[in-house]
Write a protein that binds this ligand. Structure first.
Ligand code: PBG
Length: 323
């Protein structure tokens, strides 16, 4: 008790403050989302996400080289196809946009770790994450197309698949399909705990994937629930998920913490588009110190328990950590 205990003793000296720091960001903590689209010579900035672009496959390789050179080792790809259809069939084609981008990136940068988001919403005309029957996403048909998509991505050379659709049983279906096609060693990062969140708004501009009717509440989780998150984690691990994800991150730090405490697989957090857009908007107005805010946000996500963080701030934080 005071005056014997003085917590400020460990705060007076900068070296000592560093020594007792409990959480540290490292460049290898981060995964950068990258959007690829059909066409050539395209670098199209997303209006609500300053500094984030849609890239055509010819230009995305240079962008990945730039990321690699600043120290980013891992990316997650999202694709915007040429034509959408009812079931998202083009997501399963060897000529699919992510398949093409994967081949190009892996050829130029064999050590870049390339993850693919596995979902249908970017590829369907209705913008939902699966096949629609009677006005809602049909679970068991959807997990079949997701399995085909995963095998096709594996054949294109992807390093890990990350299903983000929130269908029941999709991890088992994907694991079975990958194993059947000889990809027993390809890991699955499941978006296990994905909330029906308004924080995905800017992403849907970027991926051109806003649902054309209704919302995603019959498959994504209710933001008010936390115990249910642990059931999602349990089932996904039982089905073969190698890593699990909590998404969004910032309003869900409590969920990241309880997921971390309840399981023994690596936990990834997705610092999503709306979280990024709010920071960028305030920074552009000069209302906040962007670099300090970004570092504080990402540190809080790691402190809560995230082993890795998918973030649009990756390029900025890795740059800041280098200097
Ligand atoms: C696809 C998907 C979404 C995001 C990642 N994968 C959008 C959604 O579910 O609507 C959101 C990412 C972000 O907001 O940054 N299902």
């Amino acid at each position: 008790m005071f005056p014997l205990t003085r917590l400020r003793r460990l705060r007076y000296n900068a070296v000592l403050r560093d020594m007792v720091q409990e959480t540290r960001l490292h460049r290898t903590d981060f995964i950068m989302p990258v959007f690829v689209r059909y066409g050539s010579k395209i670098q199209h900035e997303i209006q609500s996400m300053p500094g984030i672009y849609q890239w055509s496959t010819d230009k995305v390789v240079d962008e990945c080289k730039r990321l690699w050179d600043i120290g980013v080792q891992s990316i997650v790809l999202f694709g915007i196809p040429e034509h959408k259809d009812e079931t998202g069939a083009c997501a399963c084609s060897e000529h699919g946009i992510v398949q093409q981008a994967t081949r190009a990136i892996k050829q130029a940068l064999p050590h870049m770790f390339v993850i693919a988001d596995v979902c249908n919403c970017e590829y369907t005309t209705h913008g939902h994450c699966g096949t629609i029957v009677n006005g809602d996403v049909q679970n068991d048909m959807t997990i079949h197309t997701l399995s085909q998509q995963s095998v096709s991505l594996a054949q294109a050379g992807i390093d890990m698949v990350a299903p983000s659709d929130m269908m029941d049983g999709r991890v088992l279906a994907i694991r079975t399909a990958l194993d059947g096609a000889g990809f027993e060693e390809l890991p699955i990062l499941s978006y296990s705990v994905k909330y029906a969140s308004a924080f995905y708004g800017p992403f849907r501009d970027a991926a051109e994937s806003a649902p054309q009717f209704g919302d995603r509440k019959t498959y994504q989780m209710n933001p008010a629930n936390s115990r249910e998150a642990l059931r999602e984690i349990e089932t996904d691990i039982a089905e073969g998920a190698d890593m699990v994800m909590v998404k969004p991150a910032l309003s869900y730090l409590d969920i990241i913490q309880s997921v971390k405490q309840s399981c023994n697989v690596p936990v990834v957090a997705y610092n999503v588009s709306g979280e990024y857009a709010m920071v960028k908007a305030a920074a552009q107005r000069g209302w906040i110190d962007e670099q300090r805010i970004v570092s504080e946000i990402l540190t809080s996500i790691k402190r809560a328990g995230a082993d890795s963080i998918i973030s649009y701030h990756t390029q900025d934080i890795v740059g800041a950590l280098n200097s």
